[in-house]
Design a protein around this ligand. Structure first.
Ligand code: PRP
Ligand code: URA
Length: 208
C-alpha cells in the first residue's frame, strides 16, 4: 500500500510551527492534537457506509452511518497519547486499545511493556497513532500485536515519517496504509528524524 503524505495547507502550516525549537509545550501539544484530527479525516475517507432510517422532522428519512463495529484507536505510549484527543474529536465513539512500547535508546530496538487491546478486532478498523515513525520498529511491533489479535484493517497515522521507517513497514506489512503529515530526509546516528520534531514524547509531556 502506498504511503499517503497529506500535503494539505493546514497540515503544512501547523507542522511548520511544531518544528520550531522554542515552541511551548502547550502549543506543541495543541498542534499535535490538531494535526492528529486532520490526519484522521484523510485516513477515514473510505470507511464503508450503510443505510439506516431515522425519524426526521417531516417523517422517516433514509440516511447513512459508518458500517460495522466501532473503530479502535491505538495510541502507542507514551507519545501517541498526544494525538488521541484529536482523533477522538472526529470519532468520539471509538474504542481505545493501548500499547506501551519504548525504544531502547542505544540499540533502537522496540520493547513492548503494555498491551490492552479491545475485543472483536477481526471486525474493527484500527487507527494506530504515534507522532514519529523513525526506524519503524515500534510501529511494526504494534501491527504485529493487532494482527495476532485478528485485526485485518490497520492504518497508521504519524506526524513525521523517515524513509527507512516507511520502507520497514512496507516490507513487513504491505497491507497497512501509512498517513503522515511529512516524509522527512533521514535518521541521524542516534535514530532521530532529521529535521523531524526532536523527541516528540518529551515535547508533549514537557519532560527534559
Ligand atoms: C518514540 C516515538 C515512537 C518511536 C519511534 O517513542 O513516539 O514510538 O520512538 O521510533 P522507531 O520508529 O525507531 O521505533 P519512545 O520509544 O521514545 O517513547 P515515548 O513515546 O515514551 O517518548
Ligand atoms: N522518537 C522521537 O520522539 N523522535 C524521533 O525523531 C525519533 C524517535
Amino acid at each position: 500500500m502506498p504511503v499517503h503524505e497529506i500535503r494539505h495547507p493546514l497540515i503544512r502550516h501547523k507542522l511548520g510551527i511544531m518544528r520550531r525549537a522554542d515552541l511551548s509545550t502547550k502549543s506543541f501539544r495543541e498542534l499535535a492534537q490538531e494535526v492528529g484530527a486532520l490526519l484522521t479525516y484523510e485516513a477515514s475517507k473510505d470507511l464503508p457506509l450503510e443505510p439506516c432510517t431515522v425519524q426526521g422532522w417531516c417523517g422517516p428519512i433514509e440516511v447513512e452511518k459508518i458500517a460495522g463495529k466501532k473503530i479502535t484507536v491505538v495510541p502507542i505510549l507514551r507519545a501517541g497519547i498526544g494525538m488521541l484527543d484529536g482523533v477522538l474529536s472526529l470519532i468520539p465513539g471509538a474504542k481505545v486499545s493501548v500499547v506501551g512500547i519504548a525504544r531502547n535508546e542505544e540499540t533502537l530496538q522496540a520493547h513492548t511493556y503494555l498491551e490492552r487491546l479491545v475485543g472483536e478486532l477481526d471486525q474493527r478498523t484500527a487507527l494506530i497513532i504515534d507522532p514519529m515513525l523513525a526506524t519503524g520498529g515500534s510501529m511494526a511491533a504494534t501491527i504485529d500485536l493487532l494482527k495476532q489479535a485478528g485485526c485485518r484493517d490497520i492504518r497508521a497515522l504519524v506526524l513525521v515519517a523517515a524513509p527507512v521507517g516507511i520502507a520497514h513497514i512496507e516490507k513487513l506489512h504491505p497491507d497497512v496504509r501509512i498517513y503522515t503529515a511529512a516524509i522527512d530526509e533521514r535518521l541521524n546516528e542516534d535514530g532521530y528524524i532529521i529535521p523531524g520534531l526532536g523527541d516528540a514524547g518529551d515535547r508533549i509531556f514537557g519532560t527534559k
